[in-house]
Design a protein around this ligand. Structure first.
Ligand SMILES: [Zn+2]
Length: 261
């Protein structure tokens, strides 16, 4: 297991910078793994579509690119529809699950479970590279998904378990987007603790809170996890139906190319 405390710059393209990303460190890492003959599954849980990584490896059948993100109809960079499945020999090796704005933890995890384990089971990667952006957190000011730290813990635990099941435990995690300091610090602390197999205390250390509160206007959450909360969302069942359909379509579109391979 490797955790890169930086990077995750998934929007950078070959010919241009994009979305706060100049160099695509993820793609460089994937190329380095490919040069060793390894099959790489890329899993992107940043709230934005992992367009840079997807299109840099779009024709490579040895790189499976999976991205769950807020739909491009509502959010930058606008790509990441279920129809983007790869090109040439790479057809069927890009899977995109565009999620409706205001998607909550249950619907997100449902979509994740419908697509990611199945795709990994089919692909049989040698190593998993995961972009662990924290901007799907409900407090993030740039996007509209409603994940909690508890949901992120489940996602990270699943990534670790899936790496154990499908890639002999080989997992490279990077950080990614995240624009609410109170959320990103706790989400990525959870990631670091889980990757290393450590437990955590419920309350954050007093000296840490004092030190960083001085720099922030909003109050820091005093615990590693969010306080228990539920979200009242209009059209909840319509959101869940859209997400179920998107995840089913993502898998069907890709799998139709697997059968012809
Ligand atoms: Zn992002």
């Amino acid at each position: 297991r490797v955790l890169q405390l930086g990077g995750g710059l998934h929007h950078a393209r070959e010919e241009r910078a994009s979305g706060f990303c100049v160099y695509n460190d993820l793609s460089v890492a994937i190329d380095a793994l490919r040069e060793q003959g390894l099959r790489v599954a890329y899993v992107d849980v940043d709230v934005h579509h992992g367009d840079g990584v997807q299109f840099l490896h779009y024709e490579d059948p040895e790189v499976l690119a999976l991205s769950l993100h807020e739909t491009g109809r509502a959010l930058f960079p606008g790509t990441g529809s279920v129809d983007e499945v790869g090109k040439g020999l790479g057809k069927g090796f890009s899977l995109n699950v565009p999620l409706a704005p205001f998607t909550g933890p249950n619907s997100y995890l449902d979509a994740f479970e419908r697509v990611v384990p199945h795709a990994l089971q089919h692909f049989q990667p040698d190593v998993i590279v995961a972009q662990c952006g924290a901007d799907a957190h409900f407090s993030d000011p740039l996007a509209d998904l409603l994940l909690t730290t508890q949901a992120y813990e489940q996602i990270f635990r699943r990534l670790l378990a899936l790496a154990d099941d499908h890639a002999d435990g080989r997992l490279l995690c990077t950080l990614g987007g995240g624009y609410r300091l109170d959320a990103v610090s706790r989400v990525w602390a959870l990631l670091a603790l889980l990757v290393q197999g450590h437990d955590w205390p419920e309350a954050l250390p007093e000296d840490y809170r004092e030190r960083w509160q001085a720099h922030l206007d909003d109050p820091l959450t005093p615990t590693l996890h969010d306080p228990d909360r539920s979200f009242e969302v209009d059209r909840q069942s319509s959101i869940e139906t859209q997400n179920r359909r998107a995840s089913e379509q993502a898998l069907e579109q890709a799998a139709s190319h697997w059968q012809h391979a």
